[in-house]
Write a protein that binds this ligand. Structure first.
Ligand code: KG4
Ligand code: ZN
Length: 338
């Protein structure tokens, strides 16, 4: 089964073709056209501009992804939500039209589920039940996946996502957009213990997240500093911030693991999982505290938004679920993962 996937939930127009070979996904094509440069001067994604650029870029990406229509596929998968409604509509309308025109089955995919399945793009696949830590610009969630297609939400953020906190930190330090990679680069030169920032919802049994407190603490800390802020102080802030994010994720992961003793694997996925320091800290934590539980990090190429992860989710929907008629496919900006 070969699946063509379309992903346009935010500011990446992405198309991929993935084939399931002996239940293992193989990426045949993976094309991502990022709009980062178009939004950079605004310091964030401008929704109207994003959808306009998707209408221009998606046909080009589709042409590249299928090598001008020469690569065939058996079914289509498309991100139907959550995300920016204008952006989602471009991908959904395109996928519906293709499904109708080519008479192919179509699978609607939740963007979060796509991130989860990026862990299946490793050499070996996670065993279930798996505890999934999904950390991106829009989400920070712990999900217990007991079977393919069965998700239990263990904890999510009550306010901002961790990726938003990275982006906000970058803005406060005048680093640019998107903030994650810039903060991460700067943090390499700073001291992890230079500043103390709060861990959100530190209660003993809470697997929920909150990042509004650390954002506010950063704002106060930075507003107290003499301007312009010295480069080594910026690096200390970035390093201390990243340390607190690592501590937060590990603390919540450890609580979730103590509450879900049947867990057979842990996955760390989403745009923020591209962060080398966080990858290292989580790897060390699992190795030292749960050596019998294998950890699956999303491969670096599939951490931020892409369509290969959507196609992979589509492959497993085909194995364990059933397609939907193209006229029932709808974009939903607030789609819940059930
Ligand atoms: O998964 P993603 O591409 O989009 C959403 O679904 O939200 O995640 C984007 C987020 C942004 O907030 C970006 O700053 C963050 O992922 N990010 C990183 C890194 N690379 C991207 N955060 C920390 N360190 C990184 N290296
Ligand atoms: Zn995403």
């Amino acid at each position: 089964m070969r699946i063509l996937a379309i992903e346009t939930s935010c500011d990446e127009s992405a198309v991929a073709i993935v084939e399931l070979q002996k239940n293992k996904p193989k990426v045949i094509k993976n094309i991502v056209s990022s709009q980062i440069r178009d939004h950079q001067s605004f310091g964030g994604v401008i929704p109207n501009l994003a959808s306009r650029l998707h209408t221009q870029n998606l046909p080009i990406v589709l042409e590249q992804g299928t090598e001008g229509g020469r690569i065939d596929y058996d079914a289509i998968a498309v991100t139907t939500g959550p995300g920016l409604i204008g952006s989602l509509l471009v991908g959904v309308a395109t996928a519906r039209t293709l499904a109708w025109l080519k008479n192919k089955p179509i699978f609607p995919i939740n963007h979060l589920e796509g991130h989860i399945y990026s862990a299946w793009l490793n050499e070996n696949q996670p065993e279930l039940p798996s505890l999934i830590l999904t950390v991106s610009g829009g989400h920070t969630e712990l999900i217990y996946m007991s079977q393919h297609g069965k998700y239990l939400h263990i904890g999510r953020t009550r306010d901002d996502a961790a990726g938003e906190a990275f982006d906000k930190t970058a803005r406060l330090l005048d680093l640019g957009y998107p903030g994650g990679p810039l903060v991460s680069e700067l943090a390499k030169h700073g001291r992890r213990d230079a500043f103390t920032f709060p861990i959100g919802l530190p209660e003993k049994n809470s697997t929920e997240f909150s990042f509004s407190g650390i954002k506010a603490a950063l704002y106060y800390q930075i507003s107290k500093l003499e301007k312009p802020i010295q480069p080594h102080i910026k690096a200390d802030i970035a390093a201390s911030f990243e340390y607190t994010i690592a501590e937060t994720l590990i603390k919540k992961l450890s609580i979730a693991l103590s509450q879900h003793l049947k867990t057979r694997s842990v996955c760390f996925v989403g745009g923020v999982s591209a962060n080398d320091y966080l990858r290292l800290r989580i790897t060390d934590y699992i190795k030292n505290n749960h050596p019998a539980i294998p950890l699956y990090l999303a491969p670096k190429d599939y951490t931020t938004d892409n369509a290969a992860m959507i196609a992979t989710a589509g492959c497993f929907h085909n194995l364990f679920g059933s397609p939907v008629s193209w006229y029932d496919i709808k974009a939903d900006p607030n789609l819940e993962l059930k």
